[in-house]
Write a protein that binds this ligand. Structure first.
Ligand code: NAP
Length: 289
C-alpha cells in the first residue's frame, strides 16, 4: 500500500518571465503546489492551466497586494513551505546619471520588496515552526559589475540581509538560502532592465558604449532560466544547511576567485576581463558566443 505524502507549497514572486516562471513550472512538474505571483496575472495564460498552480497578483512594492496574495494562497493550500523571493530587475548605467526616483525604485523592488514579502510570511513560518526562504540575489551581490553600481548595491544588501536573518530565524526552524546566478538569458537584459541614462551627464557615454555591448553578450551566452530554476529547486529540496547556491560557470569561477584573491587583484581583474578586447578573446571561457 502506498501512502501519499502531503505535497509541499512554494510561493514565488516574479513569475511572469525568466527564472521565476521556470521555477514555477519545475516545482509544479515535481508535484508541488505552486503559488505563482506576478504584477499582471491578467496577461498570464500558460501557468493558469497547470494543476495545483494558483496565479495571483503581487507587486513587491505594494504591501496590500502582498497581504492579499498570501491570504489567498493560505486559503487555497492551507500552508506555505518555501518562499522564493525572485522578483527583481537591474538599473544599469553610470551612478551619476541615475535619478533619485530610479535609485529608490531599484531598492524598493530588489531589497524592500523582498523584505516586505519575507516579513508578511514570517508569522506563518514561525507559527508552523518550519519554513524556508530562498532569496534570488546574484553573483553581483558579491562581486562588482561595472556600470551596475545601484543594482550591485541592492543585491549586496540582499546578501547581508539574508545572512543576518539566519541567526534570528534559526530558533524557529526557518532557514534562509541565497541563490546567486551569474548571467542568465532572460528579460533581465531586455525589457526588465532600466537603462534610462537621461539625467544629462554625458561624461560617461564613451565608457558606457564600450561596456553595455559586453554586458549584453553575457545574458544570451549565459545559463538558461531552467538552469537557474533547477538550482532553486535543489536549494528547496536538498535538506542541507547550505547557505549559498551559485548558477553558471561564471558565478562559480568568479565567486571562487573572490574568496582567494585580494581586492587589489580581484577588482582590476573584473574590469579587465569585461573590457571589450579581452572579453572578445576570453569571454568564451564562460559564455556561449
Ligand atoms: N538574468 C540574469 O542574468 C540574472 C543574474 C543574476 C540575478 N538575477 C535575478 O534573478 C531574478 C529574476 O530575474 P530574471 O533574470 O528572471 O529576469 P526577468 O525575466 O526580467 O524576470 C523578472 C521578474 O521580476 C518581476 N518584477 C519586477 N518588478 C517587480 C515588482 N515590483 N513586483 C513583482 N514582480 C516584479 C518581473 O515582472 P514584470 O513582468 O511585471 O516586469 C518579472 O516577472 C531577479 O531578482 C534578478 O535580479 C538575474
Amino acid at each position: 500500500m502506498s501512502i501519499a505524502l502531503p505535497s509541499k507549497t512554494v510561493f514565488i514572486t516574479g513569475c511572469s518571465s525568466g527564472i521565476g516562471r521556470a521555477a514555477a513550472k519545475l516545482f509544479q512538474r515535481n508535484g508541488w503546489k505552486v503559488v505563482a505571483t506576478m504584477r499582471s496575472p491578467e496577461q498570464e495564460t500558460e501557468l493558469k492551466k497547470l494543476d495545483d498552480t494558483l496565479v495571483l497578483r503581487l507587486d513587491v512594492t505594494d504591501q496590500a497586494s502582498i497581504d492579499s496574495a498570501v491570504q489567498a494562497a493560505l486559503t487555497k493550500f492551507g500552508h506555505i513551505d518555501v518562499l522564493v523571493n525572485n522578483a527583481g530587475y537591474a538599473l544599469m548605467g553610470a551612478f551619476e546619471n541615475a535619478s533619485e526616483e530610479q535609485i529608490q525604485r531599484q531598492f524598493d523592488t530588489n531589497v524592500f520588496g523582498l523584505m516586505r514579502v519575507t516579513r508578511t510570511l514570517l508569522p506563518h513560518f514561525r507559527a508552523r515552526k518550519i519554513g524556508l526562504i530562498i532569496n534570488v540575489a546574484s553573483m553581483a551581490g558579491r562581486l562588482p559589475i561595472p556600470f551596475m553600481s545601484v543594482y550591485n548595491g541592492s543585491k549586496w544588501a540582499v546578501q547581508g540581509f539574508s545572512e543576518c536573518l539566519t541567526y534570528e530565524l534559526a530558533p524557529f526552524n526557518v532557514q534562509v538560502k541565497i541563490v546567486e546566478p551569474g548571467a542568465v538569458d532572460t528579460a533581465f537584459f531586455g525589457r526588465s532592465g532600466d537603462r534610462d541614462n537621461s539625467s544629462g551627464v554625458s561624461a560617461y557615454n564613451a565608457q558606457m558604449s564600450e561596456q553595455f555591448p559586453v554586458i549584453d553578450k553575457t545574458g544570451p551566452g549565459g545559463s538558461t532560466s531552467e538552469d537557474a530554476a533547477a538550482v532553486i529547486f535543489r536549494a528547496a529540496t536538498d535538506g542541507k544547511g547550505t547557505l549559498r547556491y551559485s548558477v553558471g560557470k561564471d558565478a562559480k569561477v568568479l565567486l571562487s576567485a573572490r574568496k582567494v584573491l585580494p581586492d587589489r587583484v580581484f577588482l582590476p581583474m573584473i574590469g579587465w576581463s569585461l573590457s571589450p578586447d579581452i572579453f572578445s578573446r576570453f569571454g568564451k571561457l564562460f559564455y556561449k558566443t
